[in-house]
Ligand binder design. Structure first.
Ligand SMILES: [Mn+2]
Length: 291
């Protein structure tokens, strides 16, 4: 995306429904500093926002115009002016600002690193926060490429905060990560487990106590529907599985309180990927309006 064109908004003019107190705030965090392969995630937020204009505002499952709840799109965060730690500080501040205003934050990455500061902000408001991570990867490395603030370490930083979490769609990790999982007794929802245990969603429901922050690394989805990521791993979540997950999380008490969607690496010949991301966001917000 070029700076000469205006940054897109979620649903563009169709979002202008005149709601006095809008519920949802879209925050673009086009961060791409520690990407290991592929690249292009700095263009992810603009691609998702541009694709959102092709959505029907009337949701075909929920049979409602979710947009009537009010969805505002903030200007993209000027992360290029900061080093990595500074950029993370900007993201945390932006999320905290929305929470203080009573908004439900929807953060668009960018690389997965952006979720760390978002979770830190969420946790200040919700001390018993539970994070649900959709991802092909565990992201539990202690550091990656010499930095602890990396997309490959983002859940390790969440663990460091003492925040409880569940990992869904996992099918790629290193020996160090698997050893940590075993030491701590964590039980990620690997794709093997999801295939073997049809009641996995019920199991997940039972382990969640507090309000939920949902972080969706799009490579958690199957590359058939989500090919535009840096690491399109085979055998990912289907559309039905990921929407069943977000429906479940929104239906919990207290339910979903914020979310992010990260790691889209848009490609002009794979526009359906950006559209799928936009529809997943809109569908999930629709579930949240039913809370
Ligand atoms: Mn990933």
């Amino acid at each position: 995306m070029h700076s000469t064109t205006a940054y897109p908004r979620f649903l563009e003019d169709e979002a202008d429904v005149g709601v006095v107190s809008p519920r949802f705030a879209i925050i673009s965090a086009p961060l791409a500093r520690t990407v290991s392969w592929g690249g292009g995630t700095e263009d992810g937020p603009a691609a998702i926002l541009a694709a959102s204009t092709a959505l029907e505002v009337f949701d075909d499952e929920l049979l409602q115009e979710t947009v009537q709840a009010g969805i505002v799109t903030r200007p993209p965060l000027p992360l290029g002016e900061y080093d990595l730690a500074g950029a993370c500080g900007q993201i945390k501040e932006a999320v905290a600002r929305e929470l203080a205003a009573g908004m439900f934050p929807v953060l668009l990455g960018g690389e997965h690193t952006v979720s760390g500061p978002a979770v830190a902000a969420m946790r200040e408001k919700y001390p018993d926060l539970h994070v649900v991570q959709v991802d092909a990867h565990l992201d539990l490395r202690d550091s990656y490429s010499g930095t602890p603030l990396s997309h490959a370490s983002v859940m390790r930083r969440v663990a460091d905060l003492g925040v409880s979490f569940s990992q869904v769609g996992i099918r790629s990790f290193c020996a160090e990560e698997w050893q940590l999982v075993q030491e701590r007794g964590w039980q990620p929802y690997t794709m093997a487990r999801i295939h073997d245990q049809p009641d996995w969603l019920e199991q997940l429901r039972r382990e969640i106590k507090g309000p939920v922050y949902l972080t969706i690394d799009l490579d958690g989805l199957d590359p058939a529907i989500m090919p535009a990521t840096g690491t399109p791993e085979p055998d990912g979540l289907t559309w039905r599985q990921v929407t069943a997950l977000s429906r479940l999380l929104a239906a919990l008490k207290p339910g979903l309180v914020g979310m992010d969607v990260v790691e889209l690496a848009p490609r002009p010949d794979l526009e359906h990927a950006a559209f799928t991301a936009a529809k997943l966001i809109y569908r999930t917000l629709g579930y949240v309006t039913r809370q």
